[in-house]
Design a protein around this ligand. Sequence first.
Ligand code: ATP
Length: 337
Amino acid sequence: MAGVRFDAVGKRFGAVEAVRDLSLEIADGEFMVLVGPSGSGKTTALRMLAGLEAITAGSIFIGERRVNDVAPRERDIAMVFQDYALYPQMTVFDNLAFGLRRRKVASDEIKRRVEEAARLLDMSALLQRKPGQLSGGQAQRVALGRALVREPQVFLMDEPLSNLDAKLRTQTRGEIRRLQQEVQTTTVYVTHDQVEAMTMGDRIAVMNEGRLEQVGTPEELYERPANRFVAGFIGSPSMSFFTGAQVGLTLPRNGALVGVRPEHVRPWREGLIGPLQGRVAFVEALGRETFVGVDVGEARLTVFEEGRAVREVGDEMEFGLIESGLRYFDADSGASL
Ligand code: ATP
């Protein structure tokens, strides 16, 4: 087993700086998620770690070994992609065994590893099937199994769930997490989905425009975002941003940009900051709870209400802010204050 270290790593494609000065340490056995919007450099960072992309600045270490010039196959990693290709004419067992046979692993050792992977993935009953006889979720489990039987130092996963439907995605998310906890192999997992990041990562590295914006546990990112970008990216529905002047309030830190999550914006009652008054712009009713977008002056805030929707677009609404939920950011740089 081994940790991973990016040390001031950069990647340039001509004029595009896909990754800038990335320094990130991933502990042995840790599940690290790289998350960020499209084009933020996540995949490039992962591909450099895999050896599929040359590094233009800095160093990458797997364990103690600097791997900048080490060929992909010598890095002792296993990758899982969203597009996994299984061999259609081979059984699941043979699909899992294929890479090991090519590496001349002894056949009783292959049998042991394949059966162990099948047990971990709860697919022992599927070993004699062919890929055509599997559901999408089962096929994705075989793809995971192929990485697992390698028993690598590090797993690299690039959006492995994005071809699954929503329900299966949630389920497989849990399975990957459980699996990783059982085998405790260092894992670097790329996704653009912040919910996936929040539910899977021991820690999360948030990237934006090639830069690492913040790295921390899901709770740290949610409670103490380092800047406006992270604050807006993590959490769903998103944090609302406004200034006191925009909504006609005098707030503890005047002039700063204020961020507040929906759960800290509630229909008016005594004890809240306010009242604020605005017009309902949208209603997102989820059944047990409802998010209501309200336009106040030049700002739009999302209000959280328990229960079913009782408001309609165009309604006037009074609401207030829970003070402990307010976060302040520098209006120019976006840095947390
Ligand atoms: P996505 O979620 O869309 O995959 P990402 O965060 O993984 O995005 P990257 O794929 O790492 O982002 O891309 C980062 C930047 O580098 C983008 O601007 C992209 O256009 C650019 N880029 C990536 N690969 C190449 C390449 N082979 N040649 C030129 N530019 C590239």
